[in-house]
Design a protein around this ligand. Sequence first.
Ligand code: ADP
Ligand code: MG
Length: 256
Amino acid sequence: MADLIRINQFTKHYVMGETIVRALDGVNITIKEGEFISITGASGSGKSTLMHLLGCLDRPSAGEYWLDGDLVSHMSDKQLAIVRNKKIGFVFQTFNLIQRTTAVDNVSVPLFYARQARVKEPSLRALERVGLGHRAYHTPSEMSGGERQRVAIARAIVAEPKIILADEPTGNLDSRTGEQIMQIFHELNRAGVTVIIVTHEMAVAVQAQRVIAMRDGRIIEDGGIDDAFRARMLGQERTAASLPERSPPMARPLQV
Ligand code: ADP
Ligand code: MG
C-alpha cells in the first residue's frame, strides 16, 4: 500500500511569554493507507497537537508533511481547508455537536462547507452506517453519550474521507459504550479508511495494528502489535487502570 501520511522532523513550538513550549519536537511518522493506529502517552505529551497538525487544522513550526502525495505543510489556510474537507474526518472526546440541531443537520455540516448540492441523502446514509438512522431527527440533547459520539462519527465520514482522526473518542463514555464506538472504527477500517486514535485506555490502544507512544513531544515507541502482545497488555490492565507513562517495548518493531 502507498504511503498516505509522511511527516518529517515535525516540530511545533508555542511561545508563552519568556518560555517556549515544545509541544512537538522532531517527530517522524510514515502511515500507509488502511492502517489502524493508536497514539498513547501522558497528558501534555503532544498527542492533540500531533492530531491537529495531521488533520491540517494547523501548520508545524518546522518540518514537512506529505499527505496523499501533496506537501501540505507549506499550503495556505485556504488550500489546507480544502484538503481537510476532502481527506479527513475528525472525532473528538466531547463530540462537538450543535446541541439544538437534529442529528441529520449536524452530519450535513461538512457537506455544506464543501458546497455539495445533495446533503440530506448522504447524511442519512452516514447515520445509518453508524446504526442511528432511526434517530436522524432527534437532537443531541435528546441522546445518550454513545449516540452523540455516533452522530459525530457520521459527521466525520459523511464526505467519505480517507482518514479518520479521533482524539480520545471513548474518553467520555463507559467501557461498554466505548467498545461499541470502537466497533464502528473497526468497520470503517475494514472498509479501507485509515484510522488514527488517541487514547489513554490500554483496552482501546491494543485494538490497533500499531501503537505510537509519545512523551515530551517525541515518539518513544512505534511498533506493530500482535495477539500475544495484546493478551499480555490486557492482563496487565487488571492491575493498572491506564497506560504506563512509558509503554513497554512493542512485540514486533515496525520496519522503517
Ligand atoms: P496531549 O494531547 O498529549 O495532552 P497537547 O498536544 O495538548 O498534549 O499539549 C502538548 C504541550 O503543548 C503541553 O505542554 C501543552 O500545554 C502545550 N500546548 C498545547 N496547545 C498549546 C497552545 N495553543 N498554546 C500553548 N501551549 C500549548
Ligand atoms: Mg490531548
